[in-house]
Every structure is written in structure tokens, then in C-alpha cells.
Unconditional design. Structure first.
Length: 303
């Protein structure tokens, strides 16, 4: 992505989210989901404000001819996030007429932070992953669904084969063979020791400190809960729909979000330690248990 001028007042940050909507097994809708975060020159989020956006799909190169152009006026969230679907904006072009097999393609975004059409910033990024489901619509249903009917079948003789694999296992290569590394347990960190990957248990020193958190459901730009927590677990500020307790027996914070059964892989959670002597050199780990979010503040000193 490029910013057209160093003097621009707004900075656009792409967050790697050009997504294909719909299911692979169904007829794919002619649109793509797109997200971006907008910040000002002081690195502050532009929040709860309509912004004008012009989206163009360029063919061949980052200065190629546009094969599709549309405009939209989405509103940023409280996190500065805009979410829209390319293919549903105002346009005189036909999104479904794009021949995705004739790439490469690039997405050009132009932004007017005031919500109009005076676009003051421009970003261009290549569509590295071609929208395959949309390409399949163009290709028709020529594939029978039988793997053996494909041409130029890959050689699978060197595919990694691990005996008795279990969910969560990892594999690492050594002296011509792949070795199974069983998954670690809660609280362990994966690192390299003696040139090989190992799980290490790091010393839980029962660190208590100020921290803030925000958690999202996948695909949502609005947090389900956020807050600023004191070392004793009391809530200084936040969304008001959660409780926080310091568990002195297990040396962790336990957060219960009203109406949510939290599991760490099903949510996106960011935790930041406040600058304080008590948390100097510490890290934060997020886990879950019985529907609660678990926050550990630990030292990087292996036991």
C-alpha cells in the first residue's frame, strides 16, 4: 500500500481482510468483504464518522486499467474500522463480469475522511489470493468432483505423515523425518531449545498490574466487552457488561462477560499492560475456562 503524500492528514491501515463471502459448495455471491482501519496523522483512530471511499479493481499491475469501480460511504466504528462489501456500492460497472482468471488484479482504495468525494489518500494492494469462488462461477461446473479426474495431479509421496496424530499436535523436521510434537498445556509457551522446538513452563509469579482488554467476535467490528482493570481486579472503566476477579489461588484474572461463553479460539482479544514497575518485563497470556476469560501476567523466567 502507498500513501500519496507525506503531508496527508489521514493514514489508512489495511488489516489483511479481503474475504470471500458465501460457501464454497454453493453459488458464490458476487461481492467481497473488505475491512480497513483509519487513523489520523497523530495515529489516533477516526471513530464513528462517515468516510467517502472509492474502490477500484485494477488489472495487470498497480497502475493498470480499472475493470471495476464503485463508491461507498461507510461509517467507522469506535475502533476506527470500516467494513463494506465490494460489489454492492454505487457503480456503472458490472462486478460479475470480472474475469478473475485473467489476473493479476490489484485493489485501489481512495479515501475522503470528510465523507465526500475529495479523496485525499490512496492505497493499492495486490489481490494475492484470487477470489477462487468467484473464479469458479466463471469457470462453470466443469469439475466432476472426483480428485482423480484432475489433470497434473501433484506428487503426494513426500507429504508429511505422522503416526497417531492428535488434535493440536505440531510436527518438526529432523534428519530426513518428521517428528510429532504433542500439544502443550495451558500456561506453556513454545520456544526453541538446543535447536529443536519445545514447550516450556514459565514461572507464574502471581504478577498483579494494571491492564486493559478488548474482545471481539470473529467478523464483527464492534467489541463485545472492553475495560481497564486495577491490580486487585476491580474495574476502573469499561463496557459495563463484565465482572473481573483476581484468583489468588491460580494467580490469574478471571473475567466473565454477561451472556457470553468465552473460549479463547472463538474470540479475538487484545490485552495491554499499563506502564508500571510491577509489570516491567512481563507478558500477558489469554486463556479460557468454563466460559470465563483468563488473563495471566507472567515473567519470562523459565522454571
Amino acid at each position: 500500500m502507498m500513501i500519496t503524500s507525506a503531508a496527508r492528514r489521514i493514514v489508512l491501515i489495511l488489516i489483511g481482510s479481503i474475504l470471500i463471502t458465501g460457501q464454497v459448495t454453493a453459488q458464490s455471491p458476487e461481492k467481497m468483504s473488505y475491512q480497513a482501519v483509519i487513523r489520523n496523522a497523530g495515529n489516533n483512530l477516526i471513530v464513528n464518522k462517515p468516510v467517502g471511499m472509492k474502490m477500484s479493481i485494477l488489472q495487470g499491475s498497480d497502475d493498470g486499467a480499472p475493470v471495476y469501480t464503485e463508491t461507498q460511504t461507510p461509517t467507522t466504528s469506535i475502533n476506527g474500522l470500516v467494513t463494506l462489501e465490494i460489489g454492492t456500492g454505487t457503480t456503472s460497472d458490472v462486478f460479475s463480469s470480472i474475469d478473475w482468471s485473467n489476473g493479476p488484479y490489484f485493489l485501489k482504495t481512495e479515501i475522503d475522511p470528510e465523507g465526500g468525494t475529495n479523496y485525499s489518500i490512496t492505497g493499492i494492494s495486490q489481490l494475492i489470493s484470487v477470489p477462487y469462488s468467484l473464479y469458479a462461477n466463471k469457470a462453470g461446473n466443469g469439475f466432476s468432483g472426483n480428485y482423480q479426474d484432475l489433470s497434473n495431479l501433484p506428487d503426494l509421496s513426500d507429504v508429511v505423515s505422522i503416526a497417531n496424530p492428535q488434535q493440536g499436535d505440531l510436527a518438526w523436521y529432523n534428519s530426513g523425518q518428521w517428528i510429532r510434537l504433542p500439544k502443550g498445556t495451558e500456561g506453556e509457551l513454545l520456544t526453541i531449545k538446543g535447536g529443536i522446538p519445545v514447550w516450556l513452563t514459565y514461572g507464574f509469579a502471581g504478577i498483579q498490574g494494571y491492564f486493559q482488554f478488548v474482545t471481539f467476535k470473529p467478523g464483527s467490528s464492534n467489541p463485545i466487552a472492553f475495560g481497564f482493570i486495577a491490580p486487585d481486579g476491580s474495574i476502573i472503566s469499561g463496557s459495563g457488561n463484565f465482572t473481573c476477579t483476581w484468583n489468588s489461588n491460580n494467580l490469574r484474572y478471571e473475567i466473565n462477560i454477561t451472556g457470553e461463553s468465552y473460549y479463547w479460539t472463538d474470540y479475538s482479544t487484545q490485552v495491554t499492560l499499563a506502564s508500571h514497575a510491577s509489570t516491567a518485563g512481563a507478558i500477558v497470556q489469554v486463556g479460557s475456562l468454563n466460559g470465563n476469560m483468563l488473563i495471566y501476567i507472567t515473567r519470562l523466567t523459565p522454571q
